[in-house]
Design a protein around this ligand. Structure first.
Ligand SMILES: *Cc1c(COP(=O)(O)O)cnc(C)c1O
Length: 386
């Protein structure tokens, strides 16, 4: 076996105190079953019910946004978030190349065009400085919009993603958004419980989104949410995700083509219970990170990624970064660790390399290309220390 693999497996065993572990498992130590039973007994298992309302209230309170609209999943939340800020057919939307497919898929759902940008080594999210220089040289302003010089299209929005839970540099992004007239929409699917300078991720942009898929920091079985401080946008989010049905005692009036994206009450009942456990989950995840830090401290050729300055990260997925000299051994390490019982994963392939996104505009992606070759995610579930 590869020498580095051996050292990594040993560190995984020491830190977790286990001989095998999955990448991320949910934990249910609250009222999940009680809420589910109450939900079923009420017969309101579907698109309306008290848990949906409660979940929206609790979420908004936790993240500190005025409104939260619960939906079926994070991808649907992203789709609607882009529509809410006016992304239209033919527009371009800046998204990191290093993200989960959903971020760019949502742009496509709007018949808009993902425009891929680079990520940096400090946050694993959008490299704002490089992007700013790129926009300086490749765009011009026209009637209050940012236009791509080469394509002539409006760059309507920018969607930073808080990679593995680590906040991007939001101060710089807010400046960039203002300077270039590009609306900020945050993909905070991975970062519930992560704060930038004390403010929750997903609440900096005009709109932000969360995900409650089974592998995320808390789960509703499946689900997502749209966050905003704007009352009009929140009302429109609800309208667009509930088939644009106009309130009426019996008539079916829908005032536009819209979506059936609402979160079922059954899912919300689990979500409510999970949200109550979030601080316990966060502290378990921080503790696991500390253990990893100690265990990996002695291995020279890998670095355990730490939360950026001024941030409190949820440490959703712990991340090893290989010394670039060992990048060629990534696949071997992945094979060895998985065979040894520890589920490890590489980062996503850059979206710009997928066939259906290959023609999309992009800046130089030098850092993302190196990150893809050197990132290894290691087991991170809160269950590991339970
Ligand atoms: C999980 C995730 C999503 C999508 O969330 P779903 O609820 O699975 O649809 C979107 N963006 C990122 C970055 C994610 O990790």
């Amino acid at each position: 076996m590869n020498f580095l693999s051996k050292e990594i497996i040993k560190a995984l065993q020491v830190a977790t105190g286990r001989s095998c572990a999955n990448l991320h498992e949910p934990v249910f130590f609250g009222d999940e079953l009680i809420n589910l039973k109450e939900c079923i007994d009420s017969t309101f298992v579907s698109s309306v019910g008290k848990f949906v309302d409660q979940f929206e209230i609790d979420l908004a309170e936790y993240v500190g946004s005025k409104y939260a609209v619960a939906v079926v999943n994070g991808t649907a939340a992203l789709h609607i978030a882009l529509k809410l800020v006016g992304v239209q057919e033919g527009d371009e939307v800046l998204v990191p190349a290093l993200t989960f497919a959903a971020t760019a898929n949502a742009v496509k759902y709007c018949n808009a065009i993902p425009h891929f940008v680079d990520s940096d080594f400090e946050t694993l999210g959008i490299d704002v400085i490089s992007l700013s220089n790129y926009l300086e040289g490749h765009t011009f302003q026209k009637s209050g919009f940012c236009v791509n010089r080469k394509t002539g299209k409006i760059i309507r929005a920018i969607v930073p993603m808080h990679t593995f839970g680590h906040p991007v540099d939001l101060d710089l992004l807010l400046i960039l958004s203002k300077k270039f007239n590009i609306t900020l929409v945050e993909d905070a699917a991975e970062s519930l419980g992560s704060f930038y300078k004390g403010k929750h991720t997903g609440t900096f942009g005009k709109v932000g989104i969360l995900s409650f898929n089974g592998n995320k920091i808390i789960t509703a079985g499946g689900g997502g949410a749209i966050l905003t401080d704007d009352e009009v946008i929140a009302a429109r989010a609800k309208h667009l995700t509930t088939t644009a049905k106009v309130k009426h005692p019996w008539e079916f009036i829908h005032d536009e083509v819209a979506y059936n994206y609402r979160m079922p009450n059954l899912n919300a009942s689990v979500g409510c219970a999970q949200l109550k456990s979030i601080s316990r989950i966060l502290s378990l995840k921080r503790k696991l990170f500390e253990r990893y830090k100690e265990a990996f401290g002695g291995i020279e050729s890998v670095k355990l990624f730490e939360e950026p300055n001024n941030c409190s990260s949820n440490y959703w997925l712990n991340t090893l970064i290989l010394d670039p000299n060992y990048a060629t051994e990534r696949d071997l390490i992945l094979t060895d660790t998985n065979e040894a019982g520890f589920m490890t994963r590489p980062a996503w392939n850059l979206l710009s390399s997928l066939p259906h996104f290959r023609e999309c505009p992009k800046m130089e992606l030098t850092k993302s290309e190196l990150l893809v070759k050197t990132i290894i995610n290691i087991p991170s579930g809160p269950d590991l220390l339970c």
